[in-house]
Design a protein around this ligand. Structure first.
Ligand code: PPS
Ligand code: MG
Ligand code: MG
Ligand code: MG
Length: 396
């Protein structure tokens, strides 16, 4: 056991791409056993700020993950549609958004409810969307019924449309806004790979809570130096509230464990995450940055904010994201992930080292890209990014 081939197959079987140039030194036995959960911390949830919100958010994201798992298992081509920008959307994206919106509003009735979410019901209100809407409504109701309590009423198609459209808020710097990506990494979801249900809470323009449900992410490390694990279990729930650290538990329930970003300070020992889809982030630019830093390991390419989750528990040290010209980042692609990483001790910034500003509505206007790492590596990462960007600009 433990050859590069078997380990690569193990990762690929879980939707994690590893650069083809990856080689393990001969004679090094690779064990997949993780050590992040060696000292589980029990959290006294009720003493935390935002404990009510966190309980509702965890419940909503966990149920939405259940709905998505059902659809991914039985994914039919007919469940995948194209939005006006040509990006894919499935019944699970809509179902997850309806479910999270419904649960949050119901569990937190005393608070004004504002949700900034990716999907809207436009296509489902058309004649051509009626069958899809029925399927989504069934999925939502089946998932609520599987909760085991009789406290949920059966939703009508109109109620599902309304729950989806609750997500039309614009966000901003005043008050509280939930921020939801009902399926982040829809392309990964459709491929059968990684995806995340990403739910954040903004208060006065700052992220104060984040939950990431990653149904296909192994509980064991996916880092390049992962060790053999006796467990093949997948399905992680990451969560964090401001000032209280970041935690992980199994999606199907387990003791929660506090997570921390890696303490590595030598870039040669670091590995980095990037988008699976080359269209979402320049792989060439990341490779030039990695080379300047002296990173030896090949990129670990996985879809969605599962990258933030994996980084928060030290699976890798760096996340590089450099969208191609003209693309504007959205807050739901980073809100939950960024607080999970920062509460785990990491730093999330734009390519110039500025913190991300979630207070400007649904767009995140960032200089050139987004970079994430620990405190020790950030200065050298910023330097390498600056050099690589300057080189790129002078070659144009
Ligand atoms: N052109 C382009 N450039 C940059 N980013 C884009 C682009 N198109 C889409 N997106 C957004 O990327 C989200 C998927 O996240 P990742 O890029 O981390 O996933 S992946 O590894 O590439 O699959 C994806 O999120 P979902 O739409 O929720 O899947 C998009 O918001
Ligand atoms: Mg997304
Ligand atoms: Mg999405
Ligand atoms: Mg999308």
């Amino acid at each position: 056991m433990g050859t590069a081939t078997t380990t690569r197959q193990w990762l690929r079987g879980r939707g994690i791409g590893v650069g083809s140039e990856w080689r393990l030194n001969k004679g090094i036995s690779v064990s997949r056993r993780r050590c992040w959960c060696s000292s589980p911390l029990t959290l006294v949830v009720s003493s935390m700020p935002y404990h009510k919100e966190l309980a509702a958010a965890n419940k909503a994201a966990t149920l939405a993950a259940r709905l998505c798992q059902k659809v991914q298992k039985a994914l039919l081509q007919s469940d995948v549609h194209s939005k006006s920008d040509k990006s894919p959307v499935t019944v699970a994206d809509y179902g997850s958004q309806a479910l999270v919106s419904y649960i949050l509003e119901r569990e937190l009735p005393s608070e004004p409810f504002s949700l900034v979410a990716e999907e809207d019901s436009g296509d489902l209100r058309k004649e051509s969307g009626q069958d899809t809407l029925k399927r989504i409504t069934e999925l939502v109701n089946d998932t609520l019924a599987s909760e085991g309590s009789n406290s949920f009423s059966t939703l009508t198609t109109d109620e599902v449309l309304r729950a989806i459209d609750n997500g039309k808020s614009e966000g901003g710097s005043v008050g509280r806004h939930w921020v939801l990506d009902p399926i982040d990494g829809t392309k990964g979801f459709v491929r059968g790979d990684q995806y995340a249900i990403a739910l954040g809470l903004l208060h006065e323009g700052k992220v104060v809570l984040g939950v990431l449900a990653c149904p296909n992410l192994p509980l064991a490390s996916i880092g390049h130096n992962q060790q053999h694990s006796s467990s093949n279990e997948v399905g992680c729930l990451f969560f964090a509230t401001v000032g209280d650290g970041a935690y992980m538990q199994a999606l199907n329930g387990s003791t929660q464990t506090r997570v921390h970003v890696t303490a590595i300070d030598n870039p040669e020992e670091a590995s980095f995450f990037e988008s699976f889809e080359a269209a979402h982030s320049s792989h060439d630019l990341s490779s030039s940055i990695a080379e300047k830093l002296g990173v030896k390991a090949p990129p670990v390419r996985i879809d969605s904010q599962a990258k933030y989750g994996a980084l928060s528990r030290g699976d890798g040290a760096i996340y590089l994201r450099f969208p191609h010209k003209g693309y504007r980042e959205k807050i739901w692609d980073h809100a939950a992930g960024s607080i999970v990483v920062s509460e785990a001790g990491g730093i999330v910034s734009d390519a110039a080292g500025n913190p991300l500003d979630f207070s400007k509505g649904k767009f995140l206007d960032v200089a050139s890209g987004i970079i994430v790492t620990n405190q020790k590596l950030m200065p050298s990462l910023l330097k390498a990014v600056k050099e690589a960007l300057n080189e790129k600009a002078s070659s144009l």
